[in-house]
Each structure stands twice: as structure tokens, then as C-alpha cells.
Design a protein around this ligand. Structure first.
Ligand code: AVI
Length: 384
């Protein structure tokens, strides 16, 4: 790793890292990541004023030549039977903005409930997870980092300084969150990782930095298929040392009407979020989708214990996608399955954690029992 001074800004640079010079366009980053360009390196701009000196570093994924691109994934999933699209493509710049709006909707109780649990439990979490040493705070799928602010403040109060490592596939949202947090907390340092969770975890375990508290919040676990969620939790466990902890936030299974309202709000923000997948294909792959000819569908499946999101074609139609060089055909009523959001019982969460090599230290939930936050430690690690 070497150190550079760019227009008065102290920067550090290692392989695959871009240091933040003012004036570079961070918006190019989302697009480059989407295009899946081999070795797509993205530059992120940040203002001097917000960053101060060397308190921010951004690392970007160096994509291997074999990583499937957005076009590859669309070609596979839209020509499958039944049609589907990978939900990870929701989160381009527009999708991330829409998701932030979803998080403020009264119907989408997940965010406010989890935030309330974190406010009540922050000092207990910090006391349990720190072993008298400074903790490094790592967050998988950090988004705007708004809920995390409670924990950042509690950690700064306890240890005076903090290294925060947010990992998110959207460089734009990482950049915006970092700018806000660094301006608010003068003794905070941030190493942002603009990459998928798995890549971020792997990169992190190469940089050993003392005991870690890893956050996986917002019920993001529920967007993985059951076998994948187990695989991913095992992967997190593999990257944790005996002194590290995982804080897992997950939505519980409860009243189907409340669950469905959370994914089909009356103001239509979730519908826009869902349809943004089609708009993204239009923007980035030269698709000709007309979003008015699709309906947003969200329903709870009691058999699968998940909320499913779909887009349903209102009419028979043929949609060309230039970058794929093909036309995708829909009959009226045909759907594209865009997302699954699994819901859990407390017992399932405890068992899942155990199966994946964790022991529960403490868990919290809200009074109607809609959401759960569990503090987990690697099983076999000694209790103090
Ligand atoms: C990001 N993830 C946890 C959200 C969820 O609730 O599954 C995504 C979402 N989809 C529609 N609304 C929110």
C-alpha cells in the first residue's frame, strides 16, 4: 500500500483501491459495476470538506473475467420458464434511492422497528461484543448506514475512535453515507468496500484489524434462498475469529396482512422499486419495456413462508432488448418473479445460527414480535 497526496488530500492506495480525489464522478461506478466489465475499476469522488484528511478509503471489486454481467443474467433469467430476474439488480442508483424511500414508509415497519431495537440495545451490544479492546465495525449491505449511526455513536462513546467498514454494491450510496458520517464524527475512519457481500468479507479477512462486530441487518438474510442463507452464514462464520461477533437482524413471521402491506404500499413506492428493474434494462441494455404494461404484485406464501414480488404483464407483448439482440415475449398475465423475502420464527433463527457455527449471546425483539435482532458469537469461542 502506498500513500499519495492529491490536491492536498492525503490518500492511501493499494491494489484494487481507488483513492478519492475531488471531482471524480462516483455515479459512473454503479454503471461500471453493472456492465460487468472485466477489471471494471470505478472512481469515487468525494469533497475535501467532508473527508478532511485520510479518514476515508474506498475499495472496489476487481471483476474477474468470468463474472456474469447484467446482460448475461438477464439473458438467463428472462428466457427461463417461469421468467425471473435476480433481485440484486434492484440496487442501481435509482433503485437504492427508492429503497431508502421504502425504509421511511409506515407500512415498511422493518426499518423503524429494527432501529428502535438498536437504540434500546446499543450500549448492551457494545458491552457484550467488545472485550476491553477497540472494536472494528463491519456492515454487510450497509446502504445509507442510517440505523448503524446508533451503534457508531455508542462505539465512539465507549472507545473514542472507530474504524467502520461498510460493504455495499452501490458505490454511490456508500459515498453519500461516508460523507455524512465523517462530517458528523471527527474521530471516525471509514474503509468502504463497493462490492458484493462475499467479496467484501473475503477482502476483510485479509486485513486483520482486531475484534470485529459484523452487522447483517435489515432482514437482508431473507432475500437469500434457504440453502444460500445457510451457506452465507457459514461463510461469515468462516471469516470470524474467536473474539468477533455477528449482529443479525431478521424479520419474523407474523400477520400476513401486515407483511403484504409492507411490500405493497398505497403510495406505490415499492411498485416503482420493482419496476425499476425493467427501467434499468431499458437504460443499460437498450430494452424497450413500457412499465405501464406491468403490474406490481406482492403476496405472502404461507407454504414457503415468504413474501414474493412479481411483475405481471397486462397484455400480450414482445419487448426487444438491444444488448442481448433478442425479443422477449410475454402473454397477458405472465409474471416475472423478482424477489423472495423469507420470514422466520425465533426458533428457526436460533437453529440456523447453531447449524452455521454460532452461539446466541442475546436476542431482542419488539413487543408485537415482528422483528428480531440476535447477537451471535462463533460457537466454541470462550465466554468471558
Ligand atoms: C433489502 N431487503 C431486506 C428488502 C426486504 O424487505 O426483503 C428488500 C425489499 N423489497 C421490497 N421492499 C423491500
Amino acid at each position: 500500500m502506498s500513500r499519495h497526496d492529491v490536491r492536498g488530500l492525503s490518500l492511501w492506495r493499494g491494489q484494487g483501491q481507488e483513492l478519492l480525489a475531488p471531482g471524480l464522478d462516483h455515479r459512473k461506478a454503479d454503471r461500471a459495476a453493472t456492465l460487468g466489465q472485466p477489471q471494471a475499476r470505478t472512481l469515487v469522488g468525494v469533497s475535501n470538506a467532508a473527508v478532511g484528511s485520510s479518514r476515508l478509503r474506498m475499495d472496489h471489486a476487481l471483476r474477474g473475467r468470468k463474472a456474469p454481467s447484467f446482460a448475461d443474467d438477464v439473458r438467463t433469467s428472462l428466457w427461463d420458464v417461469p421468467k425471473w430476474l435476480p433481485s440484486k439488480y434492484f440496487y442501481d442508483e435509482r433503485g437504492s434511492e427508492l429503497f431508502e424511500r421504502i425504509c421511511t414508509l409506515p407500512e415498511y415497519y422493518l426499518t423503524s422497528t429494527e432501529a428502535q431495537i438498536l437504540r434500546g440495545a446499543a450500549s448492551e451490544i457494545v458491552a457484550e461484543a467488545s472485550m476491553g479492546e477497540d472494536l472494528v465495525l463491519v456492515e454487510l449491505g450497509s446502504g445509507s448506514s442510517r440505523k448503524t449511526q446508533t451503534l457508531i455513536a455508542a462505539l465512539l462513546a465507549a472507545q473514542g475512535r472507530l474504524l467502520y467498514v461498510p460493504i455495499d454494491i452501490s458505490p454511490t450510496i456508500l459515498h453519500q453515507a461516508a460523507e455524512r458520517l465523517l462530517a458528523a464524527y471527527p474521530t471516525l475512519r471509514i474503509v468502504g468496500k463497493a462490492m458484493e457481500h462475499e467479496q467484501g468479507l473475503a477482502a476483510l479477512s485479509l486485513e486483520q484489524q482486531g475484534p470485529k462486530l459484523v452487522l447483517f441487518l435489515g432482514s437482508s438474510l431473507g432475500n437469500y434462498e434457504p440453502a444460500d442463507s445457510e451457506r452465507f452464514l457459514r461463510e461469515i462464520r468462516r471469516h470470524l475469529g474467536p473474539q468477533d461477533h455477528l449482529l443479525l437482524g431478521a424479520d419474523l413471521c407474523h400477520d400476513p396482512a401486515v407483511l403484504e402491506a409492507a411490500y405493497d404500499d398505497p403510495t406505490g413506492v415499492t411498485a416503482l422499486f420493482n419496476k425499476n428493474l425493467l427501467e434499468r434494462i431499458n437504460r443499460e441494455l437498450g430494452g424497450r419495456f413500457s412499465t405501464e404494461s406491468f403490474d406490481h404484485l406482492a403476496f405472502f406464501s404461507p407454504e414457503k413462508v415468504r413474501v414474493e414480488m412479481h411483475l405481471r404483464s397486462r397484455i400480450d407483448q414482445q419487448v426487444p432488448i438491444e444488448a442481448i439482440g433478442e425479443v422477449v415475449r410475454f402473454s397477458a398475465g405472465e409474471t416475472i418473479h423478482t424477489e423472495n423475502c423469507y420470514k422466520y420464527t425465533r426458533e428457526q433463527l436460533t437453529t440456523l445460527a447453531e447449524v452455521c457455527g454460532f452461539a446466541q449471546v442475546t436476542s431482542w425483539s419488539d413487543p408485537p414480535d415482528r422483528f428480531s435482532v440476535q447477537l451471535l458469537r462463533p460457537r466454541g469461542a470462550s465466554l468471558r
